[in-house]
Unconditional design. Structure first.
Length: 384
């Protein structure tokens, strides 16, 4: 899918948020299908692609939005309010589509981005695989990768691999393969983020030409200031959106529930009239607003640095990553508290708070938002 987006930052943000509105009905209609089968419904994946949302990080010259970090966060958050699994797959695919679009050699672009359209690309950047360089310069790729979110709905898959060298450190590359070339392992049997279909995948001695790979140390071949924001910050913005959107939905659901339900005998006052609940809900609301404010401020500062053609320092990268972890941990508390106030009703598998609970706990397990990143930022904080 190729889309033309406004050049003005705020106008582009609004159009992307409007695009989320445009796919909401589709996501809701196919939510149960995704949950039941354990992977994203193809109709939902097609709708996200058609709306241009998978091009959130794709260079403008390839028809992508190349959206700023705050816009990325807000778009993923708005999707997570509808369905966290659909938002998760969008986050993962947008990163892979953007990376392939920015870093693939021109010949690779011609093959993957056929006639200017971008497909759904997913993948895992961690170099779990092994790459051997053949005499003609092509690569032989073997390995197994964990958590290939969205893989069953995708057309292409990226996979991190290492080229071993006898006397030097291994070289890390990112290979891109057609999904039909990889073996999807049926091991995604989970409760949280069930609809993301984050199956492992594997390949054995698959040969790809050199133009279907790039190195993590390469400068981007296309794209603008967004690509001055390197990993890990480049992927944190979406994780913050996942947490914020899921927490916002949980808060909305418990607010609506509390107005009509009582935790005691029928006929007694509603949960919403309980002073303790009122105090808690106020604090949860303020916590959510504070997270949004901090993340927006710091992500906008990262964007301003990128627009000055500056790279984030190690300390700044650590701070961005710590923000992603903090937002996730605080969102987890909002979801947990909301779930607890719903009582036994939240135990029902089809209860929205049950969905928020299991999805938020699953999302918080990702290493990108691990609590270990607080220590990393603390170390850099004192080294400044």
């Amino acid at each position: 899918m190729s889309t033309t987006w406004p050049t003005d930052q705020l106008e582009k943000r609004q159009e992307l948020l409007d695009a989320v509105d445009g796919v909401q009905v589709n996501i809701e209609e196919h939510f149960q299908e995704s949950e039941d089968q354990g992977y994203l419904a193809q109709a939902t994946a097609d709708a996200l692609l058609e709306a241009g949302l998978l091009g959130l990080k794709l260079p403008l010259e390839l028809g992508g939005a190349e959206a700023d970090p705050v816009t990325q966060m807000l778009v993923i958050a708005k999707l997570a309010i509808i369905d966290t699994s659909a938002a998760w797959c969008t986050m993962v695919s947008a990163t892979n589509v953007g990376s392939a679009g920015a870093f693939l050699p021109d010949r690779g672009i011609d093959e993957v981005f056929d006639r200017g359209n971008h497909p759904m690309i997913v993948g895992v950047g961690i170099p779990f695989g092994e790459a051997k360089v053949k005499e003609d310069g092509s690569f032989e790729i073997s390995g197994q990768w964990s958590y290939g979110s969205g893989i069953k709905a995708s057309s292409w898959v990226t996979a991190g691999a290492k080229i071993q060298q006898s006397k030097q450190e291994p070289i890390e590359i990112r290979a891109i393969l057609r999904t039909e070339e990889v073996k999807v392992i049926e091991n995604w049997d989970v409760s949280g983020l069930r609809g993301s279909g984050s199956n492992d995948f594997a390949v054995e001695k698959v040969i790809i030409p050199e133009y279907m790979a790039w190195s993590g140390d390469d400068a981007p071949n296309r794209g603008g200031n967004l690509y001055n924001i390197q990993r890990p910050a480049f992927v944190v913005f979406g994780h913050a959106g996942i947490a914020l959107g899921t927490a916002q939905r949980a808060l909305k659901e418990i607010t609506n529930f509390s107005r009509t339900k009582s935790r005691k005998l029928p006929g007694q006052s509603s949960i919403s009239s309980n002073p303790i609940f009122q105090s808690d809900i106020a604090q949860l609301d303020l916590k959510l607003r504070a997270m949004n404010a901090l993340a927006s401020k710091e992500f906008e500062e990262a964007w301003q640095s990128a627009q000055r053609d500056e790279r984030l320092s190690i300390r700044e990268q650590a701070k961005i990553r710590a923000i992603g972890s903090w937002v996730t941990q605080e969102s987890l508390q909002i979801v947990t508290k909301s779930f607890q106030y719903a009582g036994g009703a939240a135990l029902n598998r089809n209860n929205p708070l049950q969905q928020c609970f299991r999805d938020m706990y699953a999302a918080s397990q990702h290493y990108m938002v691990s609590t270990t990143h607080f220590q990393s930022y603390g170390s850099e904080y004192f080294s400044a």
